[in-house]
Design a protein around this ligand. Sequence first.
Ligand SMILES: *Cc1c(COP(=O)(O)O)cnc(C)c1O
Length: 370
Amino acid sequence: MINIPVYEPLLGEKELRYVRKCIKSGWVSSLGENIIKFESRFSKFCGVNHGVATSSGTTALHLALVSLGIGMGDEVIVPTLSFVATANAVVYTGARPILIDSEPRTWNIDPEKIEEAITCKTKAVIPVHLYGHPANMSLIMDIAKKHNLFVIEDAAEAHGALYKGRKVGSFGHAACFSFYGNKVITTGEGGMVVTRSSLLNKKMRFLRDHAMSETRRYYHPAVGFNYRLTNMQASLGLAQFEKIDMIISRKREIAFLYNELLHDIKGITLPPEETWAKNIYWMYSILVRNEFGLNRDEIMKRLKGNGIDTRPFFIPMHQLPPYRCKQRFPIADRLASQGVNLPSSPHLTKRQIRYVCEVIKGLFSRERKI
Ligand SMILES: *Cc1c(COP(=O)(O)O)cnc(C)c1O
């Protein structure tokens, strides 16, 4: 029934060609030249010199945290409004995620609330560039420096986004990306940690591959993981990477058209783009306020009835059973109850975007008449 999905990757002949070539070469597993190529191209794109490809964005986060020495007894600051993997990766290390409320403007972690959450156990902070809009990195880096904390950017939704003209992923001690099917570029499943630190790069490569000694085969001085990406996935990644600038500019065109068509509807808040930011609009997201007349869930239902698939915002971590706590997070609660991701595939046509906006407008005017 659904005609317009919320997201579909842009896959074509090039992807087929690169994957076919990989299969023909026989190097389908996690040895092969495409992994190294993909790591080097993608990390360069982010403005740093090392990239460690992983089996997912989640394993990228876990690998970065463990390699920075974070574990039992430590605390790591994360925004409550993010995909659950941001906090789960902290839990996998034995450390405790400390949740922080959102900024109303950018929907990202509120830097002003970070400092009051820091204790003697705090080791790191993970800012998330939610839905493609960068977090306020200079404020976060200043706080981190002052308190001697690691910063791990969760850039899973923000490939190519800019903070003050500089790519996200180049600010923290490490930054993690995801190449899941609905992310900016995809390898099916996959992820990458990028970093400037050659020491961290080395440590991550070691732990990613069962922590095996470089000089003595089957000698494992630590407990490692198998978090490798395959050469087959990297082949897909290389084909996707050649399109990344085009995909990002398409995403921005899509966002600008949505903005133009939705800006005069009362009760709809358009996605943010601060003067210091380039949002890549991973998911074109709006807030549905009371003035609209219908709430977010009702809008989603009506859109679905018109063949348009959408997603609600993430449920903030503090509302999920593993992370439930007494503290209040009023901004994240409001954003999560009002936020919806509209269809955002890179190959969405102008006609489809107009149709989505007409349906939304129609709902609005119908509510007015009653
Ligand atoms: C997608 C995503 C992840 C996890 O990535 P996977 O590749 O699905 O493991 C982590 N954090 C955020 C913010 C994400 O959107």
